[in-house]
Every structure is written in structure tokens, then in C-alpha cells.
Design a protein around this ligand. Structure first.
Ligand SMILES: Cc1ncc(COP(=O)(O)O)c(C=O)c1O
Ligand SMILES: [Zn+2]
Length: 578
């Protein structure tokens, strides 16, 4: 691989997570247990002082993918890397959503852009590379879906035979994708925790290598690359200033992820820890762990102050990807990380996740699978709870395939159908289509008929001096209905437009230069023709009692900018317009 040395020159050791015993790392086969206490979680420790000095120069000429951090990954020889172009995913600032939520620094780490569409590609790439290095030719994995898809792709590439044990909850589309890569698919009609046990028993009987999930060093180490990348990207996204000089790494304030077994945040946290050890960042981010209510062992136990998680033996969520009922040691680890460095564990309903999925797609053009939507529903919740400050940098792990869930999400009427007539010699297509349109929408001109496909079209006047705010309101309205939207950038223009053609509704900002919203309201109420038009005041300002008094009887309702979701807004609209 271009730019990567053949042999690693930096020392690393393995350390028992329980008793601290150290042992050599990067031997031909890594030990899986501590020789002293038999604990099965071992951590790799690198020579952070040496790496802190050398890493900037090493990184300078390397491609932006996960292997640029090779010296911090447990592989002896880069020749064993099995790669499909993993890592190096974009960090996208979400401006519409940010405006809607009143938070300007929300970033999405777009892990959908991995080779099989989830952040598990990092794990598969490193784990399969390590298998190759150890001469392993057959492997067993248990999965809630995405791990199996990802391991299948990388094992196919490495020539390793894979057995994937999937819970029967995994959607059929995902199962077929696993099979496509030549993996032996075993569907286990049970929970994911039971599927893991079945896979372990099978591997033991057949003397096959079992992927140890969160207990695997390679799996956890791979997730660090998410932290390294996002800190490099944030430094470039104009936040990495320190006394006037540019930083190479900048830590976010929050890392938010939906969690099943907890591998992601544990690995990502180690990445932040190592950046701090090397002197590249000066504080640890807060971590938010999100789970669906129907399978939320971590947040439930966290809220109850438990040191060991209560197991959910019968997960009740449709979000199969997140159905680990027994988080084992991962919970205790995450809990102590959060208690020490800040952050939280929260749960959201499946419904809230689907709603967030909808909002994200419509506001930012980003479609995610329900598991990733749980993280976004969580983001909304944390903001609602006041946990995320207005200027904090937030990175959300946005992973997972787009799934065929549209039917469930959108109901039956998400598309209009139109029967294309068969052209004949006598009536060619150019003539047949308008004729058919006329027949299907009788007695109307084509344009007006199309407009009437939606009941009555409402005309809405948006009045705001900020073009960003107008764009946000326009976006919410366009995504939700068929409205005619007119915009005014100041009070005078608003009155002029309203007089020329009275709208059905006015969305009015209060704080505008020259003529403010209060003055616009006064003028509207003085006018014979305009006084009946309902007005929704949308304001960024905390109103005083006196100002509220002034609005009473004049405005239909009040929306606080930066704290409404688009559905709140729509509820208001429906109330006012119907
Ligand atoms: C899309 C997606 N989100 C979140 C998770 C949870 O990941 P973990 O708990 O292993 O970090 C998974 C796991 O497969 C996933 O595929
Ligand atoms: Zn030990």
C-alpha cells in the first residue's frame, strides 16, 4: 500500500483490562486471554510519546482512509491489509437541521459511504486483515445484520470461508446480501444473544475461529479510526484554531451513536484517549449512547445507577440491528467512561426513530436505516433536554443502509400513479398522453388539474430578514405539503405582498430592522382586508411578559426558533389552516 512502511517500527504491548498484566503484542497469533487472571478483554498500548512526535510527518502524505493510522492499528505487516476502500468518510455539517434545532455545529460522520454501507467496514477490514496475518481460513460470526454483510464482503476478498449466524429478526434483504457473497447463512430463530451462543458452540465443535465481537482487539482498535478522522476533519472545518495557529486534530464536544453491543463508542473513546496521550487533543469528548426503548439495557441500567446492566431477555423493538439484550462488560466500561468524562445514555421509541429518519431525509437529503435514525432521534432528545449547548461541536455516527421501509413510513399515498396509454398509428404518444391526462383528470387544463391533485393549495407568506431562516421554513413547508410560498425580507415588503394577493397564512419573524414584527402585526390588524389572516409568530427571542401581552389576540400561535422540529411546525399549520 502506497506510503505505508512494510514493518512497523513502533512498540506496542497487550495489557489486561482487569489486572494490568502486560504481554507482547503483534505475535503470530494474539492471545485472547490474560495469562494471569484469564480475563478476556486485552488492550493494546502503543508508544504514545514516540508516535506523538512522528505521526504528523507520517500522516502528511497519506491517503485519507483508515489505514493512514497504521502505526496505531494492531497489524504487523501492511502486506496483509484486506481493503475495499474503508474509512475516510466525509464529515458533513448539517445546516438545515442545525437551524431547525438551533445548533450550528452538528456534523454527520457519513459512514453510509463505507464499502458495504456501515461503519462495520472498518471492523471487518482490520479483523479480516488480522485473520489473514494469522493464517486463518475459516471463521464464524454472529450478527444483527451489518457485521455479517461487512465480514462477508471482506472474507470473500480474502478467500476466507465465513459462517454467519443471524437472528431471524434480520430483514430478508440483508440475509440475501450476506448469502450473495458466498457466506454460509444460518438463521437462528431466537434473540441475538442466543444466536451468539449458538455460533460459539458451533465454532467450538468445528474447531473454527470465532469472531469475538467486542472482546476482539482488532474490532475495538478499528473503531478508533473514526475518532482520528473526525478530529482531523473538525480541525479542517475551521474549528481547529489555537492561539492563531492551526491544529491538526480537534476533538468534538459530543460523540453520539446508537448502540447495540457498544463496540463503536468503546473503540471511538480509545481513539480520543490515544489522541490525548499523544498530545494532539486536550480534553475528552462527552459520549452519548442511544438505544431503542424496546431493547435499552444500557440507558435503563444507567438511569437506575446500576454497575452491571439488567439484561433484556425479550427485546421488543423492530430495529433488529440494535437488539443486543445483554451488553455484558461493555456497559460497565461505557458507564465509567461517561461518569468520568461526561455524556449520557438515553433511549428513544421506534416511532421517534422513524420520525427522525424522515426529518433527516427531508431536511438534509440523507437517508439512513432505522438503527442510525435512533442516534438522530437521540440528538433531538438531548437538545430538548438542554444537554447540548448551542456552540458545542457534535458528531453523530451516521451509519447503515437505506432499507425498504418506505411503505411503513410513508403510508399508502406516497406516490401518484398515471397510466401511460398505448400509442397507436392513428394516435401517437405525443397526442395520446395529453388525451389520457384529460381523461384521467376530466374537464380541466393540465396545469390546474395537476395543482388540484392536492386539495386546496394554500398561499403562505414567510416574513424574515434572515435568508437562512426563510430557507429553513421553506424547506419544511415544501417537504410537507403543496403550498404556494411567498417570501418577504422585511416588514414593508411583507405588507406590500400581502396586500397584492392576501395569503392564507403569515409566518412572521419579530426581530427585523426598520419595521419589526410587532409593527407588521399592528398594520395587518388595522387593514380591513388583511386583519383576518392568521399569523404564526416565529421568533428567536425570549419574549417578555409585556411583549406576550402585545401579541395576545394578534398572533395565532408562537414558535420558538431553534427549538421546534418540523412536525411541531406542521401541527401548528394544520391547526391554523383547517
Ligand atoms: C447501523 C448501525 N448502527 C449502530 C450499531 C451498533 O453498533 P455497536 O453497538 O456495535 O457499536 C450497529 C451495529 O451493527 C449498526 O450496524
Ligand atoms: Zn489479567
Amino acid at each position: 500500500m502506497l506510503g505505508l512502511q512494510r514493518r512497523l517500527e513502533f512498540d506496542s504491548v497487550l495489557e489486561c483490562a482487569r489486572c494490568g498484566t502486560r504481554m507482547p503484542a503483534l505475535r503470530s497469533r494474539m492471545p485472547s486471554r490474560c495469562p494471569s487472571c484469564h480475563h478476556d478483554m486485552l488492550n493494546v498500548r502503543y508508544d504514545y510519546a514516540a508516535l506523538g512526535r512522528r505521526l504528523p510527518a507520517l500522516l502528511r502524505d497519506r491517503r485519507f482512509d483508515m489505514w493512514r493510522y497504521l502505526e496505531l492499528l494492531p497489524l504487523r505487516d501492511p502486506a496483509n491489509i484486506v481493503s475495499l476502500g474503508e474509512g475516510g468518510t466525509p464529515l458533513i455539517q448539517v445546516n438545515n437541521l442545525g437551524l431547525m434545532l438551533g445548533r450550528s455545529r452538528i456534523f454527520i460522520k457519513d459512514e453510509r459511504q463505507g464499502p458495504t454501507g456501515s461503519f462495520k467496514d472498518r471492523q471487518a477490514s482490520l479483523a479480516v486483515s488480522a485473520m489473514k496475518e494469522s493464517g486463518i481460513t475459516e471463521c464464524v460470526v454472529a450478527s444483527t445484520g451489518n457485521v455479517a454483510i461487512s465480514y462477508s464482503a471482506y472474507c470473500a476478498r480474502a478467500g476466507i470461508k465465513l459462517w454467519a449466524f443471524l437472528t431471524s429478526m434480520v430483514p430478508a434483504d440483508k440475509m440475501r446480501e450476506v448469502a450473495l457473497y458466498g457466506t454460509e447463512v444460518v438463521k437462528v430463530t431466537s434473540t441475538y444473544d442466543q444466536a451468539k451462543q449458538v455460533a460459539a458452540t458451533f465454532a467450538e465443535h468445528r474447531h473454527l475461529f470465532l469472531d469475538r465481537g467486542i472482546r476482539s482487539v482488532a474490532a475495538r482498535e478499528s473503531m478508533k479510526t473514526l475518532a482520528f478522522e473526525m478530529c482531523e476533519q473538525l480541525a479542517q472545518a475551521d474549528v481547529g484554531e489555537n492561539n492563531g495557529s492551526r491544529l491538526m486534530f480537534h476533538a468534538p464536544d459530543w460523540y453520539i451513536q446508537s448502540v447495540s453491543g457498544g463496540l463503536g463508542p468503546i473503540g471511538v473513546w480509545k481513539g480520543f484517549y490515544e489522541l490525548k496521550q499523544m498530545g494532539f487533543i486536550d480534553r475528552m469528548p462527552k459520549i452519548a449512547v442511544l438505544q431503542p426503548e424496546g431493547c435499552a439495557p444500557m440507558p435503563r441500567s444507567f438511569k437506575a445507577g446500576k454497575e452491571v446492566a439488567d439484561v433484556v431477555s425479550d427485546p421488543q423493538t423492530n430495529i433488529a440491528t440494535l437488539s443486543t439484550g445483554d451488553p455484558g462488560a461493555a456497559y460497565g466500561l461505557l458507564r465509567s467512561i461517561i461518569l468520568e468524562h461526561g455524556g449520557t445514555m438515553e433511549m428513544v421509541s421506534d416511532q421517534e426513530a422513524f420520525r427522525a429518519m424522515h426529518v433527516l431525509a427531508k431536511m438534509e437529503g440523507i437517508s439512513v436505516e432505522p438503527a442510525a435514525a435512533v442516534a438522530f432521534a437521540g440528538l433531538f432528545k438531548l437538545i430538548g433536554l438542554g444537554l447540548i449547548g448551542p456552540d458545542e461541536n457534535v458528531v453523530v455516527n451516521c451509519s447503515g443502509h437505506t432499507l425498504p421501509v418506505s411503505q411503513e413510513l410513508l403510508g399508502d399515498e406516497w406516490a401518484r400513479s398515471f397510466d401511460v396509454p398505448q400509442p397507436t398509428a392513428a394516435v401517437p404518444l405525443v397526442a395520446a398522453v395529453p388525451a389520457a391526462v384529460a381523461a384521467q383528470l376530466p374537464q380541466e387544463g393540465l396545469l390546474s388539474a395537476l395543482e388540484r391533485l392536492d386539495e386546496r393549495v394554500h398561499r403562505i407568506l414567510i416574513v424574515d430578514d434572515s435568508s437562512d431562516a426563510r430557507r429553513l421554513l421553506r424547506r419544511i413547508l415544501q417537504a410537507r405539503g403543496n403550498y404556494t410560498l411567498v417570501e418577504a425580507a422585511n416588514g414593508r415588503e411583507a405588507l406590500h405582498l400581502a396586500t397584492a394577493e392576501p395569503p392564507d397564512l403569515i409566518l412572521l419573524d419579530l426581530m427585523m430592522p426598520a419595521m419589526d414584527g410587532f409593527a407588521v402585526l399592528d398594520a395587518l390588524k388595522r387593514s380591513e382586508t388583511l386583519r383576518e389572516i392568521p399569523v404564526i409568530v416565529v421568533t428567536a427571542k425570549e419574549l417578555t411578559a409585556q411583549e406576550r401581552q402585545r401579541l395576545a389576540g394578534q398572533a395565532q400561535s408562537l414558535l420558538q426558533k431553534g427549538s421546534f422540529t418540523d412536525l411541531d411546525m406542521l401541527d401548528e399549520l394544520v391547526d391554523v389552516l383547517t
